[in-house]
Design a protein around this ligand. Sequence first.
Ligand SMILES: [Zn+2]
Ligand SMILES: [Zn+2]
Length: 278
Amino acid sequence: MFRVGAHVSISGGFSNAVSREIDFGGNCGQIFVGSPRGWKVNKPDDVSVDRFKKLSSEENIGPWVVHGTYLINMATPKESLAEKSMECMQREIISTSKLGIPFYVFHPGAHTGSGVDVGIENIAKRLSRLEIPDSVTVLLENTAGKGTTIGKNFSELSRIVELSDYSYGSLGVCLDTCHMYAAGYQFGTEESIEGLVREFDKKIGFQNLHYLHINDSKYDFSSEKDEHEHIGEGKIGDKAFRLFINHRKFRDKPMVVETPVDEKGFSWNIDKLKSLRN
Ligand SMILES: [Zn+2]
Ligand SMILES: [Zn+2]
């Protein structure tokens, strides 16, 4: 079954996210559990948890994934920011588990001058200090590679897991197509996508890939710029998405779009992906 959806708002209650997903034509989805640019985390009460779970299961919407707030920086050399990040992540992971959601995804962070190796060690060390419940897998999202951000390639992601006290199972990976393209991964031809698949299999392994973010890119290949575009309307284009979403290694992974919020909307992008599906 093709699992495709969008990042939807939880405003008005968690169960509204389910209704929004249905309205957009999606059957899986992503949410924030707090404000994306703040430290506040919504603690779901029992009634809204029940409603969310019940509606998701009745309507067969899932799996869901929670996206961590953008302020989190687990790679930072600043201890105060690191403490805040760990606290926030821990609270978000608890909310994820309470909602019965199996995945939590976050951006590994930026080393801001302390170097890639120190940044990776910091992320690994701080992840080890979190309490990750058995029901949740924490996913590292690959990044576009802008500035000093960590996670622009598969090696950096796998080194974080290797150095952490947690192993795959508690940790995993989420790939974003816009970020891969901006970071210099090509997948627009049979040859390039097979190269990408081989590298991912060697460094991480497809059993550890749990979710996909399907976004086109406003900027050029290898630009290291992270700006999403509607599917097929950016630099990646229809041909590459057709290859990617139908590839035997990717086709069974749940996919969400995080495309621009404008008149086109998420339903346009979900329909577009459905039309590219073989
Ligand atoms: Zn993200
Ligand atoms: Zn993403």
